[in-house]
Design a protein around this ligand. Structure first.
Ligand code: AMP
Ligand code: MG
Length: 403
């Protein structure tokens, strides 16, 4: 049976980033840039004041005790014309420095007369001036291809006049739930029925990872219904199914996929939970068959589907980041498969990040993932790990309130 390392390598080599698209900057947050972006102009466009105060020519005013104030420059309302030597103008933050002046004294460093100022503290030439182009020059490369755009990048690009950006689109992920026992959320389950909770778990997590989710509903455990519902997922960028990939009498997903020319790349990986996971392609469409057990569905989503989504979305690092954390409880030795343990992450001011494995790790329980911020991979045949040991966890999200 394949190891996780072998299996995820296969997934990532069979998936390429989606073709880039042009997007308005305001709709590009969370997407990855497909090309380098250069500034359309310099910032600031002209020398301007970094303080509310008075501006004058330092050399021309040296030795003068009192300076006449002959005008003003406000942001959006610059002083008209050059400033004569030996005088000052009132200037506010962001206002352009007119020709003839090079130095700004803040309001709090002067004594104001009716139309004059006296400096109350020594000043230096060119102080409190933001020089044209000091933030970036026209044509300067601001952000490289492969960068995920967040607020800081969006603000910088807006300042540089970038309206449209070339980005990898959010991957569209079709999710098909399978099982005769399932009912949609909102429908009261009858005897023997349960809610299709995997759809909601998977959708939430996929959206957190930046995907657009296309729910395909619930397919009954027969090839006809499965095929009919799968048809609506063929236009997606990734097709996920939940359930029906084990060895059971009613596990018909693989057979239904074959009706669409599915080429299997692997089935079954030496992991716990999630052993029956299936991966292959229908033409160019990658397909992941996740097991139906909720914690197995969630774990295989985390370790296979999310890296696939990140790769489709152009992320240069599709695997989850790892974080060093201390174990809050000891862990038993590993068995024949690599185990992925759900756990809570919190930050302790003296001990750093602490990982507390969930006390429910059963693949059949949705509660295994409750409050989980990370997964701890435990290699097959690994020795037991003692409480307090430093471990590397796969980060899902950082806890709030860290100091
Ligand atoms: P399967 O992989 O289809 O054999 O399902 C394994 C277990 O997961 C069974 O107990 C199913 O009832 C349960 N299960 C399958 N699909 C879902 C789902 N969409 N939501 C919640 N539980 C599910
Ligand atoms: Mg089933």
């Amino acid at each position: 049976m394949l190891t996780y390392a072998e299996a995820i390598k296969l997934v990532l080599t069979h998936i390429s980033p989606l073709p880039p698209v042009e997007k308005h900057l305001d709709t590009a947050c969370g997407l990855v840039l497909a090309e380098d972006v250069h500034a359309r102009w310099a910032q600031p466009p002209a020398d301007n004041s970094a303080m509310d105060g008075f501006a004058f020519n330092f050399a021309a005013c040296a030795g003068l005790e009192t300076l006449p104030v002959v005008g003003q420059s406000y942001a959006g309302h610059p002083f008209d014309g050059p400033v004569p030597e030996g005088v000052a103008i009132r200037i506010m933050t962001g206002a352009p420095l007119p020709e003839g002046v090079d130095t700004v004294v803040p309001l709090e460093d002067v004594v104001e007369g009716p139309a004059t100022i006296q400096l109350s503290r020594p000043c230096h030439p060119a102080q409190h001036v933001r020089v044209a182009g000091e933030e970036f020059a026209q044509g300067e490369k601001l952000i490289s291809a492969g960068t995920c755009l967040h607020a800081g990048e969006i603000g910088l690009l807006a300042a540089a006049g970038i309206v449209q950006v070339r980005v990898y689109p959010a991957p569209r992920v079709a999710v098909l739930s399978t099982g005769d026992e399932l009912v949609e959320l909102g429908q009261p389950p009858k005897a023997g029925q349960i809610v299709n909770s995997n759809l909601h778990l998977l959708s939430a997590r996929l959206r957190e990872a930046g995907a657009e989710v296309i729910p395909l509903g619930i397919a009954k455990d027969n090839a006809g219904d499965l095929e009919q519902r799968l048809t609506s997922g063929l236009q997606a960028d990734l097709l996920l199914t939940s359930g029906g990939v084990s060895m059971g009498d009613r596990d018909h997903v693989q057979e239904a996929l074959e009706g669409f020319g599915f080429e299997r790349i692997f089935w079954k990986v030496a992991i716990k939970p999630g052993k029956p996971v299936l991966f292959g392609k229908i033409g160019r469409l990658p397909v992941l068959g996740l097991p139906g057990n909720p914690a197995a569905s969630a774990a295989t989503c985390e370790i296979f589907a999310l890296p696939a989504v990140r790769k489709l979305g152009g992320q240069p690092q599709p695997l989850a980041p790892t974080l060093s954390a201390r174990l809050a409880t000891g862990i038993e030795a590993g068995g024949s498969r690599q185990v992925f343990l759900w756990g809570r992450l919190h930050f302790d001011a003296s001990a750093g990040y602490i990982f507390t494995p969930s006390d429910r790790q059963s693949s059949g329980q949705m509660r295994a993932m409750l409050h989980s911020g990370a997964l701890l991979p435990l290699a097959a045949q690994a020795a037991a790990i003692e409480v307090g040991a430093q471990v590397q966890v796969l980060l899902m999200r950082l806890p709030g309130g860290a100091v």
